[in-house]
Structure formats: C-alpha cells, structure tokens
Design a protein around this ligand. Sequence first.
Ligand SMILES: Cc1ncc(COP(=O)(O)O)c(C=O)c1O
Length: 393
Amino acid sequence: MFEEHGKPREEVLGRLDQLLEADATYSSGHPVASMSTIPHSLGAEVFAKTLEKNAGRLHTFRGSAQVEQEVLEMIGGLLNLDTQPFGTTTSGGTESNILAILAFRELARRKTKKPEIIAPKTAHSSIDKAGWLLGVKVVRTRIDKEYRGVPRGIEKKINENTVGIVLTAGTTYLGQIDPIEKVAEIALDHKIPLHVDAAFGGFVIPFLKDIGRGRHRFAFEVEGVTSVSVDPHKMGLAPIPAGAILFRNHKYVKRITNTVPYLRGASSTQVSILGTRPAASILATWAIMKHLGREGYRDVVRECMDHTDHIMKRIKHNPMLRAAIEPVMNIVGIESREVPLDTVVERMEKRGWRMATSPLPPTMRIVVMPHVTKGSINAFFNDLDDISTTIPA
Ligand SMILES: Cc1ncc(COP(=O)(O)O)c(C=O)c1O
C-alpha cells in the first residue's frame, strides 16, 4: 500500500532488511547457480557515487560517454577486435542478443519479409525472446553428444529467408562452446552474418589458454564472426546491469541507431534499446577492468577452474551422480543417474539450497562464480551425497 504519510528512515530500512532476509546472499556461498556475483569492491564504490549519471544522455554526461567508449575499446581488445569498436554497452545478454538480431533483420530488409535466424537448441532463451519481439522466426538446430551445435545441421537450415546465425561461447546449461570456426566458414560462404553470444564466456575463454585450460578461437579473430556480446555483470565482476555488444563493422550499428529528436549532440541518437539507463555500471566496469587488468581476471578464472575441478572430484566420488560433459569452463551440469532429478532438487531446496535446473540434458547446474567457495561446494555435496543415497531409486 502507498500510504499518505511517510515513515522515519530507520523504520523503512528496518522493514526493508526484514523483507530482504528472504534473499539468498552471495557472501554465504549460495546461490550455486547464479551467473552474477558480488561486484568487485571498487566497482561497488564507483557505482554508489555515480548513481545519477544517465548513459542515455551522453551529451550531458560527456565524461561518461568517453568512459563508455574506453570500456568498448577494452572489451574489443579482449575479443581480438583489431579495429575501433562499433557497438554499445547494454543492460545485459538479453538486450545484446535482441540488438544483434535486430541488426540482422534490418540488414536483410530488402532480401526477405519473412526473416529467420538459425541457432542450436542450446542457445539462450533470449534468442526466442528476440525472435518474438522482432517478428523473426528462430530455427533451432540439433546438437552433438557434447551439446554443441552441428555445422552441417545449421547449413541445412539455411534458406532465402535466413538473415543470421547465432552461436554461443559458454552455453547457459553447460558452459559449452559451439564450433564457431566451422560455422563461420559456412556463414561466409552463404554471406550470412554470425553473432556469437559470449555473455558468460567472454570474460572466461580469453584467460583459459593462459592457464593451460584450452585454446578456443571464438570472437573477432575468426573471420565470419560479425558480432559478439559479453556481459561484464557476469564474470566481469561488475554490478548489474552491465552488458556489451560489439560489431565488426559500422554498417550493423547504423541499422540499429535510432533518433531522439528532443536531445542534442551525442544524446540525439541511441543504439541501445533502453533510453534512460545507468552510466554507473559502465563506469564501474571501466574501473574494475582498469584495476584488475588481464592478470586480475586470469587469477579469478584460475580459482573458479580449480573449484570446478574440486566439484568434478566430488561428482566422481558419488556413483549416483554424473557430469553431463567434462567442463570446458566454470559451469557444471550434474545428472542424477537413478533417483529422478526433480526429487533430488526438491530435497536440496528443502535443505535451503537455491537450485537451478537445465532441460538439455536434464541436470542441476552449478555456476562456479567467485563467491562459490570450496566450503560451500563441500556443504553442497555433503547434502547431495546424503540425499542421493537415502532416496530409494
Ligand atoms: C549465454 C547467455 N546469453 C544471454 C544471457 C542473458 O543475459 P541477461 O540475463 O544478462 O540478460 C545469459 C544469461 O544467463 C546467458 O547465459
């Protein structure tokens, strides 16, 4: 109820604290399946002191405009873009994917009135949301035994209405990477743009090679990749909302730029879907990236991967459990071999765990974010071991 008279601050804050007791807290090591984490303290500091800044008004906030440009340049460097970055910061992976598909559709306006995009079954649900919003049919294609898109399956679905292909570098369900190089060749052959959704993987994959965990060409180093999205508010440790999408070429950005007639200068055009939007998370992203440098992120990824190894040990130790794939990055999908997955998950929730499940394959998911400690992993598996051995199959 919105009351006539206001209440004292202490009373309001006290009530808010009470309500928020129902939230999970990252500091407790829960939740185990969230893709965001405790923002880096420097980012939190910058965010808190820049709350009023509006990235929808870059003519007014010219310093913020400069910082946004520098963030895009740093992310361009992370994604091996050797030209200036064309793109925008966004509110996250969903907005970035919508923008990519909007650009595909707009570029193909003369080609078709019935636009279609192709994406493997494992692409994030925001691709369906984008298709729904933009009137673009989403053609989902088969995956292989390791839950990666199949190049031949994608090529077979290309027709005169195809306006783009979407692949994922770090799938939501298993952290898997689609065969980007092979599909990029197909995309080039057919002159179709290819978007890589690296919302999660963008701040992980570039560091895996440095720590001896696999080399993957997934971004602009692959000819044929036309756009890549990355979320600083996931493994970039930035406060929510912080996403970004970069395009190889300005022609895509031009097609998704809209005019704001009542604003001037840099504010008079917008690329993002949102109008008014926080500059605070962009400024925080800038500060964290400058402060940590590549070496800082490498250390974060190293620790998350060490914890992922520990999870794999605990899974192997329990004959009732199995990992769906050998993890490529810090996401683990766990199958229940005998007891129905839903039963295990319900019992875990009764013990206070906030669980997440994926449909493909049916698994419970752990996203091994920096707040997921060895202690919380052990507590989780102690409960899981207990539950999976006490429920009759
Ligand atoms: C691969 C991938 N893409 C896009 C998204 C959507 O990101 P957001 O929730 O920030 O919009 C997610 C979220 O989990 C994701 O895993």
